[in-house]
Design a protein around this ligand. Structure first.
Ligand code: HEC
Ligand code: HEC
Ligand code: HEC
Ligand code: HEC
Ligand code: HEC
Length: 494
């Protein structure tokens, strides 16, 4: 852990600075992360106590000096950097942004560091380099080898060939270019949307209309689209270059979240106009860390949120659209694939209910002198429990780690049971087919296979091992086991 991050919440001097800064922020100069009303109530009292200590300090130190200090802070908060260089919609290079914001740039660059030795974490392994494999020096673990049941689950689909552990943002473009899923299978251009910096290229393709540029990319093949981009996600994908405010740059999310709001009865939702500063701390991530599919002939990248954001809503949506991803090679059933629904699972948990955003845990504030700097090395929050969790939880670091461990261990045990049930259903359908069962006789078992498969996949592809919403994750796995067992019964009755 970095020494500078080591900020002790019970240190009274620290509390004073915190108070002064929150006061400055209350003037609207800058947005605080989770709004204070969602904070641990005990913390409010500590803050009040801090106010008391501050009042006494005022008397001793002298009021004039402090007022000067506060007014300096206000200026800092309003103009917290020197504009060394002008940034525009065409400034894709993070290095150029880094001239104005060296601290954020330094931490952004550290997404290239690999974490080792954590279950579910990304391991830096020596790459198997042969002539056809330009994968750089390292790769990550092959999930299909860690759990061969996944191969059966996805049989006949690209994921059964190559599905690796994810790693830091610095690798997003590289890893997509070298996966066997694009080498052995033709993929749509829309794939690039979440793996590169899109702003400059999509504006150019659409003559200043990002949505038009997006449609053009969707119409391309992956092999046509990929070479147009030369930068993984960068500053411009999350920030307005003039105001530095967070913004949404992905048309698929704009449409998806508007659909989800419409399902709640909110019409004409425009995320860049209507979202709060606090919501944006989640929405910028939800442009990519979500379930998606390529819709219709145009292969438009689409988020299946027309009925709402939870897994049942997504499943119902697909069933109503009549959409499936592939035909299962062993059973012949029509299947659905799920991908990284971090946003949707988070949305079902207590942290979302309390207004705790992705950035609160994954990009916690670090103190740099009087300023707070958001950690741009986006990674597992367990790498820095102090900054990520203890701002709200007064529990010890060891206890917080233990709670996460317990949640994840229970999760994996339950997931294991569900995966075994699905593996058995697949074997039973295979046996029934071999024994001459007709499509009509298999229909019900296929429906159950699709449901069990999608529900397990949704959990397997979600990257928090249940942490983002532990209860909901167990509920989903329970429904999956139930579906798989009912599928087996349906075969017996057919
Ligand atoms: C443009 C799409 C995009 C956006 C926006 C995005 N991510 Fe990611 N994220 C990815 C991709 C792709 C990967 C996997 C990269 C790889 O494995 O090569 C990833 C990886 C990660 C990882 C794993 C890091 C590791 O060390 O294993 C975390 C954590 C993460 N993202 C969290 C976030 C959070 C939090 C936000 C919002 C602040 C966010 N992401 C915004 C696409 C995105
Ligand atoms: C909606 C955003 C989005 C789209 C579209 C998208 N990805 Fe990703 N991709 C991510 C995120 C987020 C991660 C990191 C989380 C994970 O690995 O589950 C990721 C991880 C990956 C990885 C690294 C881990 C692995 O799966 O081996 C590869 C490779 C990849 N994507 C390839 C693709 C391909 C090929 C397509 C098009 C079929 C695609 N992606 C489309 C968001 C997206
Ligand atoms: C309350 C804190 C918290 C919030 C809020 C939160 N996460 Fe997480 N996230 C975690 C923890 C804890 C893990 C498990 C990390 C581990 O196992 O190492 C995790 C894991 C992840 C991972 C896998 C990281 C890895 O290295 O294994 C991704 C990706 C991710 N979260 C994305 C998101 C996104 C996107 C959001 C918002 C929609 C979000 N998280 C909200 C705490 C949080
Ligand atoms: C995945 C989205 C994402 C990317 C990419 C990103 N940022 Fe940020 N950035 C954030 C979030 C979230 C915050 C917190 C903003 C808030 O709470 O209002 C932030 C805050 C900031 C701030 C305000 C001060 C602070 O640290 O809180 C600056 C300056 C900044 N980022 C610079 C950069 C630079 C420079 C880059 C590129 C090297 C970059 N950002 C890339 C999401 C991103
Ligand atoms: C911005 C504040 C905030 C941050 C940051 C935060 N939490 Fe929480 N956490 C909460 C709140 C609020 C609750 C709900 C408390 C309640 O309702 O009783 C909660 C609940 C929990 C629970 C109980 C979950 C449940 O299902 O009942 C656990 C475990 C937890 N947090 C762990 C963590 C960990 C680990 C981190 C860091 C990765 C973290 N939290 C970061 C505010 C936060």
């Amino acid at each position: 852990m970095n020494d500078e991050n080591d900020h002790n919440p019970s240190d009274p001097v620290d509390e004073n600075t915190e108070f002064v800064e929150e006061d400055v922020q209350a003037t609207g100069a800058s947005a605080e992360g989770a709004s204070p009303r969602f904070r641990d109530p005990g913390r409010r009292w500590k803050l009040l106590l801090g106010v008391g200590v501050l009042a006494m300090a005022l008397v001793t130190v002298g009021i004039a000096a402090l007022l000067l200090n506060i007014s300096e802070r206000r200026d800092e908060a309003r103009e917290p950097y020197f504009r060394v260089t002008e940034l525009t919609e065409n400034t894709t290079s993070a290095e150029v942004w880094g001239q104005n914001f060296p601290l954020q740039f330094e931490s952004y660059k550290r997404t290239i560091e690999m974490d080792e030795g954590r279950p579910g974490g990304s391991e830096g392994l020596p790459a198997v380099l042969d002539e056809d494999d330009p994968r750089a020096k390292t790769t990550t673990e092959q999930k299909l080898e860690l759990d061969p049941r996944l191969v059966d689950m996805w049989k006949g689909y690209a994921f059964s060939i190559d599905y690796r552990e994810k790693r830091g943002h610095a690798y997003m473009q590289h890893d997509q270019l070298v996966t066997e899923r694009v080498k052995q299978v033709d993929q749509p251009g829309g794939c690039v949307n979440c793996h590169v910096s899109t702003v400059e290229v999509m504006n150019e393709l659409g003559d200043g209309d990002m949505k038009a540029g997006f449609d053009e990319i969707n119409a391309m093949s992956f092999d046509e689209a990929a070479p147009l981009f030369d930068h993984p996600m960068t500053c411009i994908d999350c920030h307005d270059p003039e105001t530095m405010e967070l913004r949404i740059t992905r048309p698929a999310f704009e449409k998806g979240i508007a659909d989800a709001k419409a399902a709640e009865g909110i019409k004409d939702y425009d995320v860049n106009r209507d979202a709060t500063a606090s919501e944006m701390r989640t929405f910028v991530c939800a442009q990519c860390h979500v379930e998606y599919y390529f819709k219709g002939e145009g292969k438009t990248l689409t988020f299946p949120w027309g009925k709402g954001l939870n897994i049942d809503d997504e499943y119902d949506y697909y069933m109503e659209e009549g959409f499936t991803d592939w035909t299962h090679e062993i059973t012949g059933g029509e299947m659905l694939k799920a991908q990284h629904p971090e946003f949707e699972l988070w949305n079902q948990g207590v942290h979302a209910a309390a207004g705790v955003s992705c950035a609160d845990c994954h990009m916690p504030y670090q103190r740099e002198g009087a300023m707070k700097v958001s950690e741009h090395n986006v990674q597992s929050p367990l790498e820095n429990i102090n900054a990520s969790c203890q701002t709200c939880h007064s529990t010890s670091e060891g206890e917080l780690q233990a709670r996460v461990d317990t949640i994840q261990e229970r999760h994996l045990r339950t997931r294991d049971v569900a995966q075994d049930a699905l593996t058995e259903l697949i074997a039973d359908i295979e046996a029934a087919k071999e024994a001459g069962a007709t499509d009509a006789e298999l229909k019900e078992a296929w429906d159950y296979q699709r449901k069990a498969s999608f529900y397990i996949d949704w959990i397997v592809s979600e990257n928090s091992l249940g942490f983002h919403a532990p209860g909901e994750a167990l509920r989903i796995l329970n429904d999956a086991t139930d579906a798989a067992r009912k599928g087996q019964l349906a075969l017996l009755e057919a």
